[in-house]
Design a protein around this ligand. Structure first.
Ligand code: MN
Length: 193
């Protein structure tokens, strides 16, 4: 059977500690993300979505009223693959000038990003995106993803509770600070820019 494969984790499972523990990476990458992939492979088996590239599955299922589960799992596979590429050991630090300039400075970018990520109600994602050539922040709920709105993701933070609860419990703000100060893979963002 054709199967979409889990992509390799771009860092060692314990590389992000103490800002993101090996236990969080184990459950988040090895269980949550793996389950989205397993579910997607089962759901698309024998359907018109089988053997299609992930982006095509997402774009086509979002407007298919009978494919809500396929969309949810496919979009979450994309969102998580993107998210893990946004992380690295000894990351964070200097915000690229193009990003800082778009927000009125590096500190303003971080403050705006934190405000947006704190404002996600329930489960969702905060994204730095390019929208009609302009950089801005957007939040999405649940599995929603910028690509279906025609905007390009540059950086994302998963603020579903499973992303931080083992390390930070209810202290989402501390998780956001750790992401911005120690984990962001700005090389990945620059590649997307
Ligand atoms: Mn997640």
């Amino acid at each position: 059977m054709f199967k979409l494969e889990q992509f390799p984790l771009p860092f060692a499972p314990d590389a992000l500690a103490p800002h993101m523990s090996a236990e969080t990476v184990h459950y988040h990458y090895g269980r949550h993300m793996a389950t989205y992939i397993d579910n997607l492979n089962k759901l698309i088996s024998g359907t018109k979505y089988e053997k299609k590239p992930l982006a095509d599955i997402i774009i086509q299922s979002v407007v298919d009223g009978s494919a809500q589960k396929i969309f949810n799992n496919a979009a979450q596979v994309f969102n998580h693959a993107f998210f893990f590429r946004c992380l690295r050991a000894d990351g964070g630090g200097d915000v690229p000038m193009r990003v800082a300039d778009a927000f009125g400075g590096a500190d303003k970018f971080k403050a705006d990003f934190k405000e947006a990520a704190l404002a996600v109600f329930g489960s969702g994602w905060t994204w730095l995106v390019r929208d009609n050539g302009k950089l801005r922040l957007v939040n999405t709920s649940n599995a929603d993803t910028p690509m279906v709105h025609g905007i390009q993701p540059l950086l994302t933070l998963d603020v579903w509770e499973h992303a931080y609860y083992l390390d930070y419990q209810n202290r989402r703000g501390e998780f956001i600070d750790a992401f911005l100060d120690h984990l962001v893979n700005w090389d990945w963002v620059n590649e997307n820019l």
